[in-house]
Design a protein around this ligand. Structure first.
Ligand SMILES: *Cc1c(COP(=O)(O)O)cnc(C)c1O
Length: 242
């Protein structure tokens, strides 16, 4: 089976996008007084074809984030050497293929999901790295743990054998003002700080926050993974999926 290739124009477009994003990350790190290596770029490739992913991989991008399970599994089967992160909503009857095929899961939003991922992670595989998703906007419709429940959740998750809890993730409401963006990310950083104090033996070193529109604010507030889709790949096709 030969893998698909993007057209030369598309490759050039992706390379330009990648360089622009890289430059924004470097500038934000500089502004924040952080080393460039302290922030990792997750390329969010949902709805985008495998050839786009392979083009970015060819210029050095290793980690890709996907939201839709079946679409992701098709891509992973063709590019298993890349590092795949699941970042979408998780139905509890779909945890097994997630446990079997991904390196990271950012969107663990309830204990039942963590428990199933641990039980279903193949014992010969490396532990699955997970993040707990926090609902920072406290909208009841939104997924995620509430800030007041997180300590109890963390102490349970830390007992689960085949997953490794590494930190927190959030998808805050879109805000247009920089200070407002920073304020909400600062809350996630504070929450992680409190957990690090409470659980000093756990390796809680990860904050997954910041997307195309607010990566600078996220980096100012300590993001270690930023999740970028639109500004790398262009706008998504809002047909059946978004
Ligand atoms: C789609 C998506 C992103 C990427 O968002 P952009 O604004 O396109 O950069 C990041 N995180 C999650 C959880 C997403 O679903």
């Amino acid at each position: 089976m030969s893998l698909p290739h993007a057209t030369p124009q598309r490759q050039q477009q992706l390379q330009e996008n990648f360089q622009k994003v890289e430059q924004r990350i470097e500038e934000a790190c500089h502004e924040a007084g952080r080393p460039r290596e302290s922030v990792q770029l997750l390329a969010v490739s949902k709805t985008k074809p495998l050839e786009d992913i392979l083009s970015l991989a060819a210029i050095g991008q290793q980690a890709f984030g996907e939201n839709y399970l079946q679409e992701a599994l098709d891509k992973i089967a063709q590019a298993p050497e890349l590092e795949w992160h699941f970042i979408g909503p998780i139905q509890s009857n779909k945890t097994r293929p997630i446990a079997e095929n991904f390196a990271w899961v950012h969107s663990v939003d309830r204990l039942k999901i963590a428990r199933r991922l641990s039980e279903q992670r193949p014992p010969n595989a490396a532990t699955l790295k997970i993040l707990l998703e926090i609902n920072l906007d406290e909208e009841s419709s939104k997924a995620g743990f509430n800030e007041q429940d997180i300590e109890d959740a963390v102490s349970e998750v830390l007992q689960m054998p085949h997953i490794e809890l590494r930190g927190l993730m959030a998808i805050p409401m879109i805000r247009s003002d920089f200070e407002g963006q920073r304020a909400v990310f600062r809350r996630l950083k504070k929450l992680l700080g409190a957990l690090q104090k409470k659980f000093p033996d756990a390796r809680l070193d990860t904050l997954s926050m910041g997307m195309s529109g607010d990566l600078e604010a996220a980096i100012m507030e300590g993001a270690t993974w930023i999740r970028i889709g639109t500004d790398l790949f262009g706008a998504r096709d809002y047909g059946s999926k978004s």
